[in-house]
Ligand binder design. Structure first.
Ligand code: PLP
Length: 410
């Protein structure tokens, strides 16, 4: 049976990620991994989750309700909490503007189905989140890539993309995955101006927004669009659709994310989600709501403290050991540092050597580019290792880069 012939064009376009295959090696406990962009499970609020379960059990009717089917839009108190958190002086979000999804990944999937078809012009940063490229890729869009520097999206490059006919633009303004960059406020304002000038819909992904280690990031694109349009205008004229997730601040296994959008778009998403999976786990939404509503700030303060120290350890070690011919970004939050290796050095080859000789893993950067660039880049995550382990790992990685460079010259 030739199954390939029987598949839809969209299904045929889905390819296994070479990187994901390579990274299967990470299951080996001897490998020191800076690869996964995952939160540290030691920081999960396990005691709080246990208390929430115990409290629920005290009320059998509510406990049973938590195990029942529920409405597609999501658990109303959680939607209200998100609407309230995302509302700004100029843009008041209502419950009807919020859809709870199975993680931000499902927000991306639903938005892709609604907005993309083969050939739709979609602007994305170089580099950008691999998981977004995977979802978008299933719809076979026509990518237009936007250049970045240490401050993220370069507005001139974005305008070029919009002039080439981009209809949509996906961006992670805060502590980007994979680059770690944060877009400063003046560039954000320019992005909003350009989106309205060229009539481009923006998907704003705020996955890492609360994980800042120095100062809070600039206002979100949603907030700035509110100021740009004026009070009460967003429902009618807004172009920014924002998504968020509980995965980075609480726990990924909750699979709780959300999208905020003007009602007309949200209604479409609800219908599509209903067809896909009916709703997100009722129990998990109740747990997420409890964790958000009670004690979130204290919990996130601990994450900032711990991850901030790990970030500092990684940057200190890179400052000390990285060869001059390589460079790295300085993230103000999130989980990632992005390395640009000396010209001509291939990060995939380096990974193979790094695993074989140092038992140390990272993600080669090429997979984060929609246009096949970035062979000499790589992503490091500092979220799961202690500062000492990070320092030792960076010392060894930098020594490997140095050895590779000398071998290239010889
Ligand atoms: C930028 C970005 N967006 C979305 C996601 C998906 O998150 P979720 O667990 O909410 O599906 C991730 C996960 O790594 C991410 O880095």
């Amino acid at each position: 049976m030739n199954w390939e012939n029987r598949l839809s064009k969209d299904a045929q376009s889905i390819k296994a990620s070479e990187i994901r295959e390579l990274l299967k090696i990470l299951e080996d406990p001897e490998i020191l991994s800076f690869a996964g962009g995952i939160p540290d499970p030691q920081l999960f609020p396990m005691d709080r989750v246990r208390d929430i379960r115990i409290n629920l059990e005290k009320n059998p009717a509510a406990d049973r309700q938590a195990m029942q089917y529920s409405q597609t839009e999501g658990y109303a108190p959680l939607r209200d909490w998100i609407a309230d958190r995302c509302s700004t002086e100029n843009t008041i979000l209502e419950r009807e503007n919020v859809l709870i999804t199975n993680g931000a990944q499902q927000s991306l999937t639903l938005l892709s189905t609604i907005f993309l078809e083969a050939g739709t012009k979609l602007a994305v940063a170089s580099p950008t989140y691999l998981g977004a490229l995977q979802v978008f890729g299933t719809r076979r869009p026509d990518y237009i890539t936007v250049d970045t520097d240490e401050n993220g999206i370069i507005p001139e490059s974005l305008e070029e993309a919009f002039k080439k006919g981009a209809r949509l633009f996906y961006t992670i303004p805060d502590f980007q995955n994979p680059g770690g960059m944060t877009i400063p406020e003046d560039r954000r304002v320019r992005i909003i101006e350009l989106a309205h000038q060229y009539d481009v819909v923006i998907f704003e992904d705020t996955a890492y927004r609360t994980l800042y280690y120095d100062a809070p990031p600039p206002p979100s694109l949603l907030e700035l669009e509110g100021a740009f349009l004026g009070k009460g205008q967003w429902q009618e004229k807004g172009l920014v659709i924002q998504m968020g997730t509980a995965s980075k601040t609480l726990m990924p296994a909750l699979r709780v994310g959300w999208t905020t959008a003007p009602k007309i778009i949200l209604d479409k998403m609800v219908l599509l989600k209903q067809a896909n999976d009916l709703h997100t786990s009722t129990l998990n939404q109740i747990i997420a709501h409890e964790l958000f509503f009670n004690g979130l700030d204290e919990h996130v303060a601990i994450l900032r403290e711990v991850y901030g120290k790990r970030r500092d350890a990684m940057l200190d070690a890179l400052r000390q050991y990285i060869p001059n011919s390589a460079s790295y970004t300085v993230p103000k939050g999130g989980m990632f540092v992005w390395i640009t290796l000396p010209e001509g050095m291939d990060a995939k080859d380096l990974l193979e050597k790094s695993i074989a000789h140092e038992k140390l893993a990272f993600v080669p950067g090429k997979a984060f580019f929609a246009d096949e660039k970035g062979a000499n880049t790589l992503r490091l995550s500092f979220s799961t290792c202690s500062p000492d382990v990070i320092r030792d790992g960076m010392k060894r990685l930098c020594a490997l880069i140095q050895r590779e460079q000398m071998a290239q010259v010889a």
